[in-house]
Structures are given as C-alpha cells and as structure tokens.
Design a protein around this ligand. Sequence first.
Ligand SMILES: O=C(O)CNC(=O)[C@H](CS)NC(=O)CCC(=O)C(=O)O
Length: 290
Amino acid sequence: MVLAAVAQFRSSSIITDNLTQACALIKKAATAGAKAIFLPEATDFIAPQASVAQLTRSRENQDFVNAIQQAAKQSSIFVSVGVHEPPGEHQDSRDSAQGDGRLKCYNTHLLIDDKGEVLDRYRKLHLFDVDIKGGMKILESDSTIKGSELVPPRASPIGKIGLLTCYDLRFPEPSLSLRRQGADILTYPSAFTVRTGAAHWEALLRARAIETQSYVLASAQVGQHEGTKRVSWGHAMIIDPWGSIVAQCSDIQPYRPTFCLAEIDLESLESVRKEMPLWDQRRTDIFPTL
Ligand SMILES: O=C(O)CNC(=O)[C@H](CS)NC(=O)CCC(=O)C(=O)O
C-alpha cells in the first residue's frame, strides 16, 4: 500500500506566493511518506478574468511550472497540478477554430513524475459556462480554450492515474472511458463554487468512485480569492472504490494550506471489482462503449 496526499488551499493572483505554498506542501507530503501529491485546479493563480491572459503569459508563470518540476524531483514525489497554459508551444491545429481574437489559455492538468519530468498534459474538456440564480455567473470560455482529447491513464507508484479537472466531474463519460482504459484512480483538481459545491460536490465524487469502482482524488481551492468575487468550496477529499470518504481536509477557518492522506490499496480495489463485476455486466449491446 502507498500513501497519496490531496491538497487544499487558496491561490491568489500572486504567482510567487502560490508557488511557495505549493512547494511547502510538496515537501511536507513527501516527508509524511506520500508517493504522490495532488494540487488544485489553478494552483498557479486565481485572478480577475481581465488579468488571466496576461498572468498566463508572464515570466512568473513560466517559472512556476519549472519550480514545481524541481520540487517534485527534490522530494522524489509525483505531483499533479492545475495551471493556466498559454497556447503556442503545445498548440494543436484545432485551437484556431475556437479563436475569437481574444488571448486565451488552456486549463491544464499536469502530471509530473518523481524525476521532475512532465509525463502528461490534460486540457480540461468541459468548460464551466453557467449562470446560476443565487450563485455565480461564470463564463470560463471567455478566457479558456477547451481541450480536445482525453489522456490515457498513466502508471505511477500509487496505480494508474486518470486525469480530469473540476467541472468534468459532472460528466460521467470521461470517467467511464478512463476506467475502461485501465484507470485505478480518477483525479479532479477543482475550484468548485460554494453554492454548487454544497449541493453537488460530495455526491458527484462518490458517484464517480462507485460507478467506476476506482479511487477518486479531489484536491480543491478553498475560501475567498482576493480581488475577485470568487469563493471556493474546499472539502478536498479522497474516496475509495467502495465510495467511502477515507480522508478529507479540515474546514476550520481561517483556512491554511493543508493536505489529507490516504493509503491506496489496489488489492481491495480488485476485490471490489471482482465481487461486483460491473464491467462484465455492461450492456454494450444496447449502450455505446465509452
Ligand atoms: O481558471 C481558474 O481560475 C480556475 N478554474 C475554475 O475555477 C473553474 C472554471 S471557472 N471552475 C469550475 O469548473 C467550477 C465548477 C463548479 O463549481 C461546478 O461544477 O459546480
């Protein structure tokens, strides 16, 4: 069995501050014995929409990913982290089809190994464009280009990791597809809103764990993001393949950067899947295979 750490903290618009707290958590999780740590969506910064394009292209933001890679290497730990990624170097031809002249970014989930190499780069497929009465109006697509592919699960010391992000949680298709491709662990670095988080966060995470019979690791932004109207729900947690919440970060205020830890037990994952063989029972004669 191996330990995984799932982080919870509040990113501001100061990239260097966010880097400092992320690196401190990486080190601490490694010292606690974790083989992988999962940092939230937008760990690099959360800022007003108007500054997203500029911050995404800033020097500090380039340095951010390099420094996280160094930290992973120094502490010999896998790191999953959500960042704003400028299109360009890794741009694919479909980006231009979505372009409307505005500078945009990808909402990218990076998986970095214990040598500091970026193994995978998943770009959020579903963008959070909503207008909720009593909640928030957010148009993520104003600043963000949607990704165009799912990344196959990646082998790691804690098992095969499937990469998703935040709002993707509401769509069962990518989690079913990742499970079919061999994932043991689904990861949802997030920044849920308070209104939708209170109503849906835990239910959705547990549903994804139960229906895929996989671990679900859900890191989260928490609290009020300075200079914006945004408040994040927190409640970062780890759910096992039976649907039990096996670890959860504190909800005591004032919020401090923190993580929760849980053993990833792939043997019990296999017995859950064997005892209730959902994958052999799927009606692929009636429903399409995802
Ligand atoms: O880029 C950033 O600044 C960070 N990204 C986010 O906060 C994203 C897009 S605005 N948030 C969500 O997807 C929340 C989903 C949610 O709350 C729900 O599904 O209910």
